[in-house]
Design a binder for this molecule. Structure first.
Ligand code: ADP
Ligand code: MG
Length: 423
């Protein structure tokens, strides 16, 4: 009997995840912790309503929706679910009501405490955490039950074969419920992320195409103007001192346009095979005067002698953009380091700085088109770098702590030839 009841609970527990993802998908509701809290609260109450009553104890999976609600809905949702649970339990009354209260308080504290850690973990770890933390209320229930039985010595609540088998069945089905619900929740999250990603890349693709065509149209007249200005420079004595400024500003405009074109379509012009340590040293030498001017020390460590085949200039450009950002983010007396190392069959170029770092929101937006926090910024550098590295079959990862610094890892594959055509 207890098995049937508990399997029914598994169904009840999965209902909020399914109905929420369905409603969310069809945009009937936005993401609301209140609504999610109510859904899980209803599930917890239903579990208790359909509880299996034996040995003066209610056997049900009420803590599964509670833990899921705290983890996947957030603290607000969790509080609502706990309130629903307490209300229902109070309404039900019974011999062991005070035990239920104590269990609820101790059980719910832990998921709240590790909520932040939970969301810093990857999806796989989150499923494990749900199961482990989900077992915590069961453990609390058992311990309290032990103590109760030990001290009270009721004749209706004794430790016998039956109680033990109930505990075993209960524990197993509860873990199953957590596995199902957590995996389901994670797949809903992943699908939503994927949808956002598709929408984002679609938008960027269109923007990129537009930018490229405009940039191309603007570059030609700019080159003509620059040429004529250079011709006039020698003849026009009166405005002589304006020319360097005009030409340098025109050069800047040209650079921005080249960046655009590069972003729209990174072209691999000259594929060559070269040792990466040499490139890293070259970059260090190239950017050292710039860093020194800002009072920053730029150093490099080389732990790999990887030789790579790709467009050297493009890779250099990508790394310059990243290094420039690192220097720009770092205050005087700060440090920027470049590290070259191998990991499995990839080679990594890691740029670390002790700069101002980024907030979570900034970190999420870095690398997207036009995102810049600088007055003179274009928001193109990181985008171009990411595009170049990705067309080489590599990856750029940013990790950052506000006020502490930023770490940019450029990972390039070592095994396959990087000389393939850009996508
Ligand atoms: P820009 O440098 O013109 O602003 P980028 O695309 O190069 O454009 O950079 C975009 C934004 O990303 C920067 O404005 C800055 O806010 C952030 N950023 C990039 N690298 C770092 C870093 N190393 N430290 C802190 N912020 C960074
Ligand atoms: Mg930049």
């Amino acid at each position: 009997m207890i098995v049937e009841k508990l399997l029914l609970h598994v169904l009840i527990v999965l209902a909020p995840v399914l109905s929420y993802s369905f409603l969310f998908e069809h945009r009937k509701i936005g993401r609301s912790p209140y609504f999610l809290g109510l859904l899980y609260g209803a599930a917890a109450s239903l579990c208790m309503y359909f509880a299996y009553y034996d040995s003066s104890l209610y056997w049900d999976l009420r803590y599964v929706p509670v833990v899921l609600s705290i983890f996947y809905g957030g603290p607000i949702s969790g509080v609502i679910t706990i309130a629903a649970l307490m209300l229902t339990r109070t309404a039900m009354g019974g011999e062991t009501l005070f035990l239920a209260y104590i269990t609820a308080v101790i059980s719910c504290a832990v998921p709240f405490l590790i909520y932040n850690y939970f969301w810093q973990s990857n999806p796989k770890k989150r499923v494990y955490l749900s199961i482990i933390i989900g077992s915590w209320p069961t453990l609390v229930q058992l311990i309290i039950l032990f103590i109760y039985i030990y001290f009270k010595k009721d004749d209706f609540l004794v430790f016998d074969q039956r109680l033990l088998s109930y505990i075993a069945v209960f524990g197993t089905i509860q873990i199953l419920a957590f596995v199902f619900a957590a995996v389901l929740n994670e797949s809903v999250i992943e699908r939503n992320l994927m949808k956002d990603e598709i929408r984002r890349s679609e938008k960027q693709h269109t923007l990129g195409e537009l930018a490229a065509s405009i940039a191309h149209e603007v570059r030609n007249p700019l080159t003509v103007v620059k040429g004529f200005l250079q011709l006039m420079e020698g003849e026009d004595e009166r405005h002589k001192h304006y020319y360097p400024l005009i030409l340098s500003e025109l050069g800047r405009a040209e650079n921005i346009i080249s960046d655009y074109l590069n972003f729209a379509k990174p072209e691999f012009k000259k594929i060559e095979t070269f040792p990466l340590p040499l490139l890293v040293m070259e970059l260090s030498i190239l950017l050292n005067p710039y860093a020194l001017k800002e009072g920053i020390s730029l150093t490099h460590t080389i732990e790999s002698d990887a030789v790579i085949t790709t467009d050297r200039n493009q890779l250099k450009q990508a790394l310059i953009n990243i290094l420039k950002n690192a220097v720009e983010a770092t205050p005087t007396e700060g440090r920027v380091t470049i590290k070259l190392m191998e990991e499995d069959d990839t080679v990594k170029i890691i740029v670390r700085d002790t700069g101002k770092g980024m907030t979570k929101e900034q970190l999420a937006r870095v690398g997207s088109l036009f995102f810049s926090t600088k007055e003179q910024g274009t928001g193109l550098g990181t985008m171009v770098s990411t595009r170049i590295i990705e067309s080489m079959g590599g990856r750029v990862d940013y990790t950052s702590k506000l006020g502490k610094g930023t770490k940019v890892s450029v990972t390039l594959p070592l095994t396959h030839l990087l000389s393939r055509e850009p996508v």
